[in-house]
Design a protein around this ligand. Structure first.
Ligand code: ARG
Length: 572
């Protein structure tokens, strides 16, 4: 049990014992949310404001604090003092240091891992790129939030299924094949990859302005894909392979993986059953020749199911996909990590599933997020504001290499470290804030080794590793845990001790940024500690305690970075 939870239950018990007849007192769970760390350590290690109970007890907060302090039965909290309506708790700092460090070291790199997810499955739909389009910056957040959530749930013992719901269906592919047949050739497309496909698509639209009959030809090619025509399918699959090969490079750089690439095309033959079910349940109505599910009762626009020409749309395929995932994986939760622009889409899809009687739709969650933009002009490419992710990542690596070259020219394995730091900077910037906030990316900020950045946290981790390398050369005695009773050590310990809790909160709120925050706080606290104290102290038993704390900090930072998808180099 972590310290805040311990204090909360001790206090809940104390409240009950002191005022057995009072009604409306908060329970331990509610108390947890009220406990915080006072700004001045002289006011205790933790504090609880007593204003909240004033009404239930019909008593002033100072009186309540005083009564609780007087009757305090300490347990792991050495004493409680009343001050200005607050109950201030003072830990037995030596015990707290010992138990916290020992717990982290005993976990052997897996501090905070859990088994609460055993037997439960979570599907995560993330990244979900579109075929024949370059992997651009708009897909960074979905990729990294999804990747992080997958790691978080894995760490808590869930079975996770990472799904890349490819955008690989739609009339645009007919147009692209049509353009390819008219103006393209195999060598040129092989050489140009996804860019060549984009050019063909752009050309199609230019030519179609002059010659509208092209649209029909494009549609005819799409019909051939739908009908399983071998030539059309061969070209279509080739386009898909090219795109996925391109994306694979980015995924490798980012260390992101999937369990399934079942995209929209995979569900096309499963949409018939969905349409039948909707019709049977009387949910389909006709509107201007198309078939829709009316959602006016819910204050939403109708959800389009079949177009006038009888073909399905994005939403139809998402209905089929949700049902398929439920039947196949029996998920406890299905998360859709998709930008907030698709809020309405998911509200419609979930509502339709609910109307169909699928009560498991309550377990489907749209994990939405804001947009990424740049303040540096240099980043927008010739074709407007689309920033290609591989260009961005390569630029990040180059810039990181230049910084490393300057700071530590003799570092071994510079290329590898530059990759880890460059990518880390981008991923950190992406996961630094509440996911729903828009992100304004700036190179200067992202690559600053001193600010709240990926490189800063990585650098702190490398600093811990360096201390541990030096310590390994000494033979230290058993730690003297009194050596960690100072304010800086305790501040660091409190953050480390909370880490398991942060992971669970991040999981419950689908919010990787909470882990980003926690590793940053821990890195900052470690650096405070490091500047205020000599780790390799003259007293070897104190040195041993500080080394153990350094190791605990290193383990937790490393694990935290891993949970948000960032590597932790041992030297920088
Ligand atoms: N391919 C879509 C896009 O890029 C995202 C798909 C999200 N997943 C889903 N099941 N609809 O906008």
């Amino acid at each position: 049990m972590d310290m805040i939870t311990t204090i909360a239950s001790l206090t809940a018990e104390a409240l009950r014992q002191t005022w057995p007849d009072a009604a409306g007192l908060p329970d331990a769970d509610a108390l947890r949310g009220l406990i915080s760390v006072p700004p001045d350590p002289a006011m205790g290690d933790y504090a609880l404001p007593c204003f909240r109970f004033a009404k239930a007890l019909r008593m002033g907060p100072p009186m309540i604090a005083k009564a609780l302090a007087e009757g305090w039965q300490h347990g792991s909290v050495a004493r409680a003092e009343a001050l200005n309506g607050y109950l201030n708790f003072f830990l037995n700092r030596t015990d707290f240091a010992r138990s916290t460090v020992q717990a982290v070291l005993a976990a052997d790199g897996n501090f905070g891992a859990g088994t609460e997810g055993a037997g439960k499955t979570i599907c995560l739909d993330y990244s979900s790129i579109n075929i024949a389009k370059r992997f651009h910056i708009g897909h960074l957040s979905t990729t990294m939030i999804g990747n992080s959530l997958k790691r978080i749930y894995d760490y808590l013992g869930y079975k996770t299924v990472g799904i890349n719901h490819l955008g690989d269906w739609g009339t645009q592919f007919g147009k692209m094949i049509c353009a390819y047949k008219k103006w393209g050739n195999r060598e040129q497309v092989e050489a140009g990859g996804v860019d060549a496909l984009t050019e063909l698509y752009v050309r199609f639209h230019e030519e179609a302005k002059k010659d509208p009959a092209l649209e029909d030809e494009g549609r005819a090619w799409f019909k051939r894909i739908e009908d399983g025509d071998p030539e059309a399918l061969e070209i279509f699959h080739w386009f898909k392979d090219l795109t996925l090969k391109d994306a694979a490079r980015v995924y490798e750089l980012l260390g992101v993986e999937f369990d399934s690439y079942a995209g929209e095309s995979f569900y096309v033959d499963k949409t018939g059953a969905v349409v039948d079910a909707l019709r049977e349940k009387g949910l389909l109505t006709q509107s201007e020749g198309a078939w829709v599910v009316d959602l006016s009762e819910d204050g939403m626009n109708p959800c389009l199911i079949l177009k006038k020409d009888g073909t399905t749309i994005y939403a139809t395929r998402d209905l089929a996909a949700a049902i398929y995932r439920h039947d196949t994986y029996h998920f406890d939760k299905c998360l859709y990590v998709v930008a907030y622009q698709q809020d309405t889409h998911f509200r419609q899809v979930f509502r339709v599933l609910e109307k169909m009687g699928y009560d498991w739709v309550k377990d489907c969650v749209h994990v939405s997020f804001g947009m990424v933009s740049f303040d540096g002009q240099a980043l927008s490419t010739r074709n407007g504001n689309v920033v290609h992710l591989d260009d961005l990542l390569r630029e990040a690596i180059d810039k990181a290499r230049a910084i490393i070259e300057e700071k530590s020219p003799n570092l071994p394995g510079k290329d590898e470290v530059a990759r880890q730091v460059g990518i880390g900077a981008v991923v950190y910037a992406d996961l630094a804030n509440n996911r729903i906030k828009d992100i304004n990316f700036s190179w200067e900020r992202a690559l600053n080794f001193d600010g709240e950045t990926g490189p800063y946290v990585q650098y702190t981790h490398a600093r811990c590793c360096s201390v541990l390398r030096k310590a390994a050369e000494l033979s230290l005695p058993e730690p003297d845990w009194n050596g960690l009773a100072d304010d800086e050590s305790q501040a660091l310990l409190r953050l480390i001790e909370r880490f398991p809790d942060v992971i669970r909160e991040a999981a419950a709120k689908y919010e990787p940024s909470m882990i980003t925050r926690a590793v940053t706080d821990i890195a900052q606290a470690y650096n405070h500690f490091y500047y205020e104290h000599r780790v390799l102290d003259d007293d070897p038993a104190v040195a041993a305690a500080r080394v153990a704390l350094t190791q605990a900090a290193r383990d937790v930072i490393r694990r935290g970075l891993w949970l948000i998808g960032i590597e932790a180099p041992e030297r920088m």
